[in-house]
Design a protein around this ligand. Sequence first.
Ligand code: UTP
Length: 277
Amino acid sequence: MIKKCLFPVAGYGTRFLPATKSMPKEMLPVVNKPLVQYGVEEAIEAGLTEIGLVTGRGKRAIADHFDVSYELEHQINGTSKEQFLSSIREVMSKATFSMTRQQEMRGLGDAILNGRRLIGDEPFGVVLSDDLCMSEEQGVLAQMVQLYKQFRCSIVAIQEVPEDQISKFGVIAGEKLKDGIFQVTDMIEKPPAEEAPSNLAIIGRYILTPDIFEIIENTEPGKNGEVQLTDALLTQAKSGCVLAYKFKGTRFDCGSVDGFVEATNHVYNNYYLKGKA
Ligand code: UTP
């Protein structure tokens, strides 16, 4: 039912400089796979196999990662090293990749609006691949697709965060519909802790209905002069319905050094050492 998934990957990744000076942050490897591949694998697991990448200058490595590397393939063909390519080969056989460019980094809302031509008039997923989500059972996006089937409206993934972290996130207020599911009544991008309406923070997984594009077009730049997806979602919540879903699993902020190191240890201990990576 939902087939497409947008990956805004145009950001500068300033929190990870100098590593991200010439290398996209989304290509930083957690153990042996780049962040963006984890995100694409999660989308494929959820049945979203038409991947749209919103890229920018200096991000060619991402497009190349999802394409054949003839020299490399030729070199290691038939050797024991071929096994190291199996996960990316599987991804490439299951998904298609389209790209568009965001010319100026005008915020996440603007990046998503840039993806409009790749999406058209249908609901779609959004993955911010610097948020690495790991789950023992079903992936986070797959959990959200299930919820979409029931409610048919935009959904944001949320998690509880400690007070001193709140100002780093978009934060929601909502009416509880069921355990872990809220109908959004308010949303604020990166509020000071004392102004936050709750401790429920939005993380980088969304299902969006296509009316969001027109709403973004009519959304003025907000915090930091950027077109904020949070502002557009609040408009959508007020005129219709947006759900917030407390997902099952663990999220690592791999856009920050601390989160990245935590994620690396987690994947190394729980997947790589156990032969699951
Ligand atoms: P972030 O704010 O986490 O990414 O945006 P950033 O700007 O690259 O990182 P820092 O803060 O400078 O370290 C969340 C996601 O949205 C994308 C980013 O690539 C990231 O995946 N994004 C953000 C865009 O594609 N375009 C934008 O204009 C802004």
